[in-house]
Ligand binder design. Structure first.
Ligand SMILES: Cc1ncc(COP(=O)(O)O)c(C=O)c1O
Length: 406
């Protein structure tokens, strides 16, 4: 009987030779989840990484293949190996684009969401009477780039305040709508917020903004391989995501989409030629880079295709619900995220703000979570990937209960 590793490498070959390669199947029984978990390196020392929202981890088959690519790049000449892989990389572009309902000609790989956001923010010629809308819930580095751009080009920023612990989708859409006026040029919109893990009503906001002729830059850093969505359906003007988060691609892999109607306007800081002006190719001019991150994508796609996106979303939500529901009756715990708005990532704070939950968890229980300071209040964000299972969620709940005294 062939091993899982053999199977994965067979899939890799299959995906190269067959562009119509289909995912295996939806993983639906618990043995499959256990099997999937066993394919991650992180299980070796009982370390529980509940911060996949910051950066994902490689599964063993991906890690092994990644090392092989790095070895090949260094044993031969990097450009030679890269050029030999170009067809495979082009195939990965097609597979990524297909998964989002768009064409490979409308995407480019970038280092991460930060880079993708900046390619757009700095590539857009916006004249100085115009305004950009952003919100208090956006990623601070995205907002900071908007501030810098506004300072440089004398643009106005309209920053709206959203309270995601109580607001409904309708109220959120209305808040954005109220901020729009005839000078609004661009709206920065976050799909899944970095503090709460709140899934925003982005389709409704995009539709509303387009009704006023306002372009939308969708920061979907946390969305790909986390929740089911398609760019074709959402219809943003620009979309960025980090493949190294929920998809488990190597660190430094992101994706940028530009709506084909918008590409001609963009003047990115890259050395493109006149002929490339109206095409996505102007974003492909990136110089020498981590070639291994592009070559490995076919293996990452194969690995991810073990679970279809609907099954993955259900699984991530189910894992999060285990700890979120268990802690919900605890007087010492305050829930930050609305129960029907999270998937694999949600947040809490403690009544006793003096407790350093993150430190206690890592020091005493080998559990890693993310701490975020918001106006002096410590917020703890917990994000779970497919490398974890129910036992990890229970371990986390028991640890929190012990720390806060239950
Ligand atoms: C909402 C959001 N946007 C953008 C980013 C930046 O992602 P990256 O560090 O992969 O560039 C993050 C990082 O966590 C984020 O949470």
């Amino acid at each position: 009987m062939s091993s899982r590793r053999d199977f994965i490498s067979q899939l890799s070959i299959l995906s190269l030779t067959n562009p119509n390669y289909n995912p295996i199947s939806v993983v639906s029984n618990s043995n499959k989840w256990t099997e999937l978990k066993s394919q991650y390196l992180s299980n070796r020392e009982g370390f529980v990484n509940m911060n996949i929202g910051s950066a994902g981890i490689l599964s063993r088959p991906i890690y092994k293949k990644y090392c092989e690519h790095i070895m090949a790049l260094n044993a031969y000449a990097p450009y030679e190996i890269y050029q030999k892989s170009e067809k495979e990389i082009a195939q990965s572009y097609i597979r990524l684009a297909n998964s989002l309902g768009i064409k490979a000609d409308d995407i480019t790989l970038v280092e991460n969401s930060t880079a993708g956001l900046n390619r757009i923010i700095w590539g857009l010629p916006i004249d100085n009477r115009k305004e950009i809308i952003c919100a208090n819930i956006d990623y601070p580095y995205a907002t900071q780039s908007i501030i810098n751009k506004a300072n440089q080009d004398s643009l106005k920023i309209k920053k709206i305040n959203l309270d995601l612990s109580i607001m409904s989708d309708t109220e959120i859409v209305q808040s954005y709508e109220r901020a729009i006026n005839k000078n609004t040029s661009l709206l920065l919109l976050t799909y899944i917020t970095h503090i709460e893990g709140h899934i925003m009503p982005v389709k409704k906001i995009i539709e509303m903004a387009h009704g006023y002729g306002v372009a939308v830059l969708l920061d979907a850093a946390h969305a790909y391989a986390h929740i089911e969505h398609s760019i074709a359906d959402l219809n943003p003007d620009y979309y960025v995501t980090s493949l190294h988060k929920w998809m488990g691609a190597p660190l430094g892999t992101g994706l940028l989409y530009v709506n084909p109607h918008r590409i001609h306007q963009l003047l990115p800081h890259s050395p493109y030629s006149r002929q490339e002006q109206g095409t996505i190719h102007k974003l492909h001019a990136k110089g020498t880079r981590a070639f291994q991150n592009e070559i490995i994508l076919s293996t990452v796609l194969d690995f991810n295709s073990q679970v279809d996106i609907a099954a993955r979303e259900n699984r991530l939500k189910a894992l999060t619900s285990i700890w979120y529901d268990s802690l919900s009756d605890h007087k010492g715990v305050k829930k930050i995220t609305q129960a029907d708005k999270y998937c694999g990532m949600a947040s809490i704070s403690l009544e006793n703000n003096k407790i350093n939950l993150d430190k206690e968890l890592i020091d005493k229980y080998n559990i890693h979570i993310k701490k975020i300071n918001r106006q002096g209040k410590k917020i703890y964000r917990i994000s779970s990937g497919l490398h974890l299972d129910e036992s990890d969620m229970n371990k986390f709940v028991n640890a929190v209960n012990t720390i806060i005294g239950c």
